[in-house]
Design a protein around this ligand. Structure first.
Ligand code: FE
Length: 186
């Protein structure tokens, strides 16, 4: 009887502890079936895998809400104002540090969120169909950790080389200034 109770307790703990993680796994699984062959999906599976508890420890509450729960930061917020001031450099994932975008591809779309017309390092950027909110959009995710970055829109008429707008949450990004530019001194 004691053994039975122990097994039930372990099972309950596993289910409760894995729920957010399962959500992430489900997210990635959907991404695979939507756009990739099983082989390609396996190759693109997130390399940085952490428990929900670990993500909560390493991210700010706002980063966790956006990156791990597909939230959206407030338009024209502090991260966006900071983004507009940043000079030459690289934008890496706020969750895992993977290189995602370059300042060379940023542009001012006046939408209230950091905008890029092309990812600097495409292998670290994944997209998938997002049918939430009653519309079909293309979600942008970090390929290394599966973190939600934002959405990409096409054909809006912006005068950029790709006519794409990667509309990215500022808190999902970390700016790394190019050496010799506006690098922060220790
Ligand atoms: Fe990442």
């Amino acid at each position: 009887m004691n053994r039975m109770l122990y097994l039930l307790a372990v099972l309950a703990g596993v289910v409760a502890g894995c729920q957010p993680q399962n959500k992430s796994a489900s997210t990635i699984s959907t991404m695979k079936s939507n756009e990739q062959s099983p082989a390609a999906a396996a190759a693109n599976a997130p390399k940085v895998v952490k428990s929900d508890e670990e993500w909560r420890k390493t991210l700010t509450p706002e980063q966790y809400r956006v990156l791990r729960q597909a939230g959206t930061e407030r338009a024209f917020g502090a991260a966006y104002e900071e983004f507009k001031k940043q000079g030459a450099g690289t934008y890496v994932c706020g969750g895992c540090g993977a290189e995602l975008f370059s300042s060379k591809e940023k542009f001012d779309s006046h939408c209230g969120w950091p905008s890029f017309y092309d990812p600097a390092n495409a292998k670290n950027v994944l997209t998938r169909v997002d049918s939430s909110l009653g519309t079909v959009r293309t979600e942008v995710l970090c390929a290394q950790c599966g973190g939600h970055l934002g959405h990409v829109f096409k054909g809006e008429g912006f005068p950029t080389p790709t006519d794409q707008r990667y509309c990215i949450n500022g808190v999902s990004l970390k700016f790394v200034p190019a050496s010799g530019s506006n690098a922060v001194k220790p």
